[in-house]
Design a protein around this ligand. Structure first.
Ligand SMILES: NC(=O)c1ccc[n+]([C@@H]2O[C@H](COP(=O)([O-])OP(=O)(O)OC[C@H]3O[C@@H](n4cnc5c(N)ncnc54)[C@H](O)[C@@H]3O)[C@@H](O)[C@H]2O)c1
Ligand SMILES: O=C(O)CC[C@@H](O)C(=O)O
Length: 527
């Protein structure tokens, strides 16, 4: 009988499902070293946010077939290490949507009417009605940062309560926002116009510290901000100061940069205008049953040799088909991610061309993998092989599939073309004999580079000195170049440069690159 380790507390409904097919051991609060020493015995691991599934845990889990996260965020799992080892990582992308949305709404109402402090005051023997004069939310403007599943539900409820809605989400179409009754605006406008700001975005390189001291300074003095999404989106020290000094009216946080929140965090001294909860967004009886059942069913299915429905890293295919397709899926996902970033946020269409021998393969999983890659910068772990198609359709992305067996530059290659806010861009990639990925063409210019985490692409005029100038500029910002490739069709004509970098590009450098004579465009791509 297979063995499942449940290392965080999950609802009994999940344990009962697992017990039908496996021996289930519940061992919560294990130190990392203990987890590493016992994990080799297990076929599956079920967690919430309390267990850190590091590379070491995954490498020790020689028998592991699946890691199930009873919740959305897989930030506590090294997904790349799991994928390399062929371990399926599954989550429950929707099981706690309503719970998290309702918590954000509860925070908004509590902030407006000082519910926590008023409650505390009565319980301490006081009857002070003057200290708690609140504000109405009716006819106030709610600014939603992120209009995905949770943001949309918050918007619908807030609309019914008479609020005006504005939203900032660079990956959502105007049509979708209109359906929800929201006006899409730029971030700066939202920050300056909203009476309430609520965040419903993942934490990514792009969103880390999105609400910093500068943004807080632009908010209305009567405005209140709520974060029930992820820690690290708001500068906590700057927020504590802004609330303390009355530069904004209040803040409510459920999530923090470090959890549990540090004892000496300045947020703890925020008074009645700062409400803190210990990451309770998903903590409803209903959500806990939903996520436990959703994930336990997937673990059961994978242990029985069936596909998982919400795999974050590997699509829901039968194991044999999956083993054959996996390298192409990785290629498609990488190219999708890359072409989406080159095309800019709001992608209108994606054309996927299967070339050479690949033209004879089942295109569906490859298209889904490309869409998953395309949507990953926006949705992170919320996009998976199951929902990528639906998410793309909801965003109004037109998908075109093509096959051309006659293209024979490589045995098989994949060509993606995306049209977005920065125009039309293309990327082609292939698998080398050893299974290594190669980008073989960018914007129809031939190159030969392996994809890596930090990359810089330029469009420029092929002319003497340009490569040296870009190299020196990166050097002056202390950015190390791992490799560099130039692709051109004719000498001294149009060209592309692809630089693989050891370090992320610091702020401001793109503007400097664009000033270099001969450079027409420059884009960063982070994988
Ligand atoms: N507090 C909790 O317990 C709890 C519970 C569930 C979910 N969450 C978190 O809530 C967040 C939102 O979840 P969801 O289910 O709505 O996710 P979702 O994927 O459905 O929506 C996220 C939205 O953010 C948008 N987005 C991405 N990058 C952006 C950017 N730079 N600027 C503006 N918008 C951007 C995306 O386009 C998308 O529409 C996630 O971080 C999730 O982990 C927290
Ligand atoms: O309560 C939890 O397990 C975390 C909930 C939430 O942040 C999630 O990512 O699903």
């Amino acid at each position: 009988m297979p063995k499942v380790l449940v290392s965080d507390s999950v609802d009994r409904a999940g344990i009962e499902i697992l017990s039908q097919v496996a021996q289930v051991d519940e061992k919560t609060g294990l130190p990392l070293s203990d987890l590493i020493s016992i994990i080799p015995e297990y076929d599956a691991l079920m967690i919430r946010s309390g267990t850190q599934v590091t590379k070491e845990v995954i490498e020790a889990g020689a028998q592991l077939k699946i890691i199930g996260r009873a919740g959305v965020g897989v930030d506590n799992v090294d997904v790349a290490a799991a994928t390399r080892q062929g371990i399926v990582v599954v989550n429950s992308p929707e099981g706690n949507t309503i719970a998290a949305a309702e918590h954000a709404l509860a925070m908004m109402m509590s902030l407006s009417r000082y519910v926590p402090d008023a409650n505390h005051s009565v319980k301490s023997g006081d009857w002070n009605r003057k200290a708690f004069i609140g504000a109405e939310i009716y006819k106030k403007t709610l600014g939603l940062i992120g209009l995905g599943k949770i943001g949309s539900h918050v918007a619908n409820v807030a609309k019914a309560m008479g609020m005006k809605l504005i939203a900032y989400d660079p990956y959502i179409s105007n049509e979708r926002a209109e359906q929800i009754g929201c006006r899409l605006v730029e971030l700066d406008v939202l920050i300056q116009e909203a009476d309430y700001i609520t965040l419903h975005i993942p934490r990514t390189e792009e969103t880390a510290n999105l609400i910093n001291a500068e943004a807080l300074a632009k908010m209305k003095p009567t405005a209140r901000i709520i974060n029930c999404a992820r820690g690290g989106l708001i500068d906590e020290a700057a927020l504590a100061e802004a609330v303390k000094e009355g530069r904004i009216a209040g803040a409510a946080l459920d999530v923090f940069g470090n959890e549990p929140l540090e004892e000496d965090s300045p947020l703890r001294d925020g008074g009645k205008n700062l409400i803190l909860t210990p990451h309770l967004g998903a903590s409803t009886a209903e959500a806990q049953v939903n996520v436990a059942v959703d994930v336990a069913e997937q673990i059961r299915d994978v242990l029985l040799g069936l596909p998982a429905r919400s795999a974050v890293n590997i699509p829901g295919l039968y194991p044999d088909a999956l083993a054959k397709l996996r390298p192409y899926l990785e290629l498609a996902e990488t190219l999708g991610n890359m072409v989406g970033q080159l095309a800019g946020g709001r992608v209108e269409s994606l054309t996927i061309s299967l070339q050479g021998d690949l033209a004879n393969q089942d295109s569906k999983p490859i298209t889904i993998a490309a869409l998953k890659g395309l949507l990953t910068p926006a949705l992170r772990e919320r996009v998976n092989y199951v929902n990528a198609n639906i998410e793309a359709k909801e965003r109004g992305i037109r998908i075109i599939e093509m096959r051309d067996a006659s293209v024979r530059d490589y045995t098989d290659s994949l060509h993606l073309e995306a049209k977005g806010s920065r125009g039309q861009h293309t990327v082609t990639g292939a698998l080398l004999g050893d299974g290594e990925l190669r980008i073989t063409n960018v914007d129809e210019f031939p190159v030969n580079v392996p994809p890596i985490q930090h990359m810089l692409f330029t469009r420029h005029r092929d002319m003497p000195g340009i490569i040296g100038r870009i190299g020196s500029l990166l050097g002056s910002f202390n950015v190390n170049i791992a490799s560099m490739q130039v692709g051109r069709k004719i000498v001294r004509g149009d060209a592309v440069m692809v630089l693989s970098l050891d370090d992320p590009l610091p702020e401001g450098i793109l503007e400097e690159i664009l000033k270099v004579s001969g450079i027409r465009d420059a884009y960063t791509v982070t994988m």
